[in-house]
Write a protein that binds this ligand. Structure first.
Ligand SMILES: [Cu+2]
Length: 543
């Protein structure tokens, strides 16, 4: 039985369809303001309405785009982790003692596969293993020799970040190790107790080689620090915390995730601590010392605990501080280290986090595109139900004998720009600065750009004099070798260039955002004896 057309039914009270074309479609009279009447049969307002609708559509698209950008420029893993995996502690490398104070270490570059995430293992590189490296340890006064063998299929280098040593032993771009070769630098440890590290440093591929996993910690001891009653049992109450951000594809392989709307470098969306994903560490003492190393390519962290508890900063890049500094948060840029001591109560759990680091970026989006809106859970500390007592932290630590401004014989300026320093890209043959050995100098570093940059000179550790003319905060009161320089700021540091000179072998200075360094933000200085001829250029084996 045919269904009657309800619209033809006079009883139908619902909406009626548009009348068919050809019928009279004269609109009803409409008022536009007082007394204005539109004449029937005219449609002068249709185009403005269409225009308005189009504008609204464009605005909606723009707003949607901005919302997408906004949401894609921040990452958070806070609250998402189960902290399932015990923190891996890199083993202490066993040296051979050729004499009482001559330590010989063997390190071998390897490629392989590492179980990082559940599922397929990840293709990685490491030293004496497939990811990261054993920790090296030596004391002031020790002579070390490190035999570094390259078992990779391509050349690389190994640089001792923060080490005071001859330039030919430094492991920068001039000390390439070809596949199959062994490089055996040797030097005498002569600097205060601290936490250093090592990583490849070849020009153009440092970021990639580090990202694949080659990095390790190098702990220096000395009698002054050893005399302090600090937590110092490696892996028990003195724990390495190597922080790296990584990204993985669907098969658990490393991917180099460039953040949207930023060229800061690679910013991973997962955190590994000592190569451990989703980690926890058992704490059995009342106080625990964490040697935190930011071994990430480009990411800055703002360290804090989930309950904002105070912790004591006892050491920075170049040594132990004069006094412990009580903090609730601490910014750490790539390459920087911080030794912190934190107290725990029996049975409790607390999480070391990084929350929205302040990068001081001056772009319209602020810090967001550079990782400034990102937050991560890094490491859960699980305190035992019964804790071994720890000695209270000393009120005073060690003497920090930084040079005085009056000791400086020269002030040099460095301008950090767009993939260049002082308007110049890196040139392996060019000597940018010549320093006289056993003098002190002030280096004045300005970030002239809108991007986050940092500054790391090889050979020396320095004291921070001021930042934009202001006294540095207490966390920058000790020895440093890497410093974050926010856009439009100027940092002045002072250092002694003691002990090592070689007119033919340069040291590097560079931004420690590794992608910036690879792109050319690096220069070279040599240290010469007074009266030495000033070298113009240096030879480099690879041109
Ligand atoms: Cu940079």
């Amino acid at each position: 039985m045919p269904v009657p057309n309800q619209h033809d039914d006079p009883r139908w009270r619902g909406p009626h369809p548009e009348p068919p074309a050809g019928r009279d479609r004269t609109p009803p009279r409409r008022r536009h303001g007082r007394g204005m009447i539109t004449l029937p049969g005219r449609r002068p307002w249709r185009w403005p309405w269409l225009l308005l609708v189009a504008l609204l559509a464009v605005a909606a698209l723009l707003a949607g785009g901005l919302a997408w950008v906004w949401s894609h420029t921040s990452i958070s893993t806070v609250g998402d982790l189960a902290f399932e995996n015990p923190l891996r502690i890199p083993p202490l490398a066993e040296p051979r003692f050729e004499e009482a104070r001559r330590r010989v270490f063997d390190l071998e570059f390897q490629s392989g596969r590492t179980q990082i995430l559940p599922g397929p293992p990840t293709g990685t590189w490491g030293l004496n293993g497939t990811y990261l490296s054993p920790t090296l340890r030596a004391a002031r006064g020790d002579e070390v020799q490190i035999n570094v063998t390259n078992r990779l299929a391509e050349p690389t280098t190994l640089h001792w970040h923060g080490m005071h040593l001859p330039a030919i032993a430094d492991g920068g771009p001039h000390q390439m190790i070809e596949p199959g070769d062994t490089w055996s630098p040797t030097w005498t440890i002569d600097q205060p107790a601290t936490t250093l590290w090592f990583h490849p440093h070849l020009h153009g591929s440092t970021a990639e080689h580090v990202y694949r996993g080659v990095a390790g910690m190098f702990i220096i001891d000395d009698p002054d620090a050893a005399a302090l009653d600090l937590p110092d049992e490696y892996g028990v109450d003195d724990i390495p915390v190597i922080v790296q951000d990584r990204s993985f594809d669907g098969s658990n392989q490393l991917t180099q995730r460039e953040p949207a709307f930023s060229n800061i470098g690679i910013l991973g969306d997962e955190i590994l601590i000592n190569g451990t994903h989703d980690p926890h560490v058992e704490v059995i003492t009342e106080l625990v010392r964490l040697r935190v190393l930011n071994a990430s390519n480009a990411r800055l962290y703002n360290l804090q605990f989930d309950d904002h508890r105070e912790f004591a900063l006892i050491g920075t890049d170049g040594g132990v501080l004069a006094v412990p500094v009580s903090l609730t948060e601490l910014r750490l840029s790539p390459g920087e280290r911080a030794e912190i001591v934190v107290g725990v109560a029996p049975g409790e759990r607390t999480v070391l986090r990084s929350v929205k680091p302040d990068l001081g970026t001056s772009s319209p989006f602020g810090d967001r595109p550079n990782g400034g809106a990102d937050s991560f859970d890094l490491l859960q500390l699980r305190a035992a139900d019964s804790l071994e007592p720890s000695a209270p932290l000393p009120d005073e630590l060690v003497a920090v004998d930084a040079p005085l401004e009056a000791d400086s014989v020269k002030t040099r300026s460095f301008e950090l720009g767009n993939d260049e320093i002082d308007g110049r890209q890196f040139d392996m043959g060019r000597i940018d600065h010549v320093v006289t050995v056993d003098t002190a100098e002030i280096w004045e570093i300005t970030n002239d750009h809108t991007r986050p940059h940092s500054f790391h000179p090889h050979l020396i550790h320095f004291a921070v004099l001021d930042i934009d003319g202001r006294t540095p905060p207490p966390e920058l009161s000790g020895w440093k070798d890497t410093i974050y320089v926010p856009p439009s700021q100027t940092v002045r540091v002072i250092a002694r260039f003691a002990g090592h000179s070689d007119p033919d072998a340069p040291y590097m200075f560079h931004c420690h955002v590794l992608e910036h360094e690879d792109a050319g933000m690096m220069g070279q200085f040599v240290v010469i004896e007074p009266g030495d001829e000033t070298p113009g250029r240096v030879e480099h084996a690879d041109g």
